[in-house]
Write a protein that binds this ligand. Sequence first.
Ligand SMILES: N[C@@H](CCC(=O)N[C@@H](CS)C(=O)NCC(=O)O)C(=O)O
Length: 214
Amino acid sequence: MTGYRLHYFPESGNSYKLALMLTLCGQAFEPVWTDFGGGVTRTPEWRARVNPMGEIPVLEDGPERLTQTAPILLRLAERYGRFGGGNDEEKFEILRWLFWDNHKLTGYMATYRYLRAFSASPDPAVLAFLRRRLDDFLGILDGHLRERRFMVGERPTIADVSLMAYLSFPENEAGYELAVSHPAVRAWLSRLAALPGWQAPYDLLPGKRLHCNV
Ligand SMILES: N[C@@H](CCC(=O)N[C@@H](CS)C(=O)NCC(=O)O)C(=O)O
């Protein structure tokens, strides 16, 4: 299968999930830089033409235009026979963590990091609320990884790809020093970064960046 086009912006951890999965599966994609900071994804034109949900990333898969990283990761895992579950129990666990990631870790981390690093004057009370939630979620993740090498089973899966994405950006952006605060998470990130073909977010997602305030 060829013809992937990924609509992204460099700071988007959700975009990184798909860019990394394609890369780990040995698949090329055409990067389509999108002016998220300039508000393009809020325009009726973009929503009509690219994604009615108003979100990045969008993956063009030949003639199809796909959104929502979780089902896209599942499709890619199935297509390439990589990073999927080995049995029904593992498949269930992968889904469980994908839902948790979308709702909790990525949901809160994406908002927190964007406000903290890339917004002009974030409300300190909002930042404090999000940070408290993230402390809890990162603690849950760290506890899970203290006894395991990967999120599900003995091998890396799309659950790892999804959960690691926002934690793989430079640490100053979210302001967590994971080696100190969540050492099992930090060790897991290092194991994943050692996978053949792994690349860091800003290497996989090039182009004009948002101004970073931290
Ligand atoms: N659940 C979606 C989340 C996508 C998402 O929230 N993307 C962010 C950028 S990384 C976005 O476009 N946010 C726009 C908004 O929330 O208005 C996915 O997995 O693709």
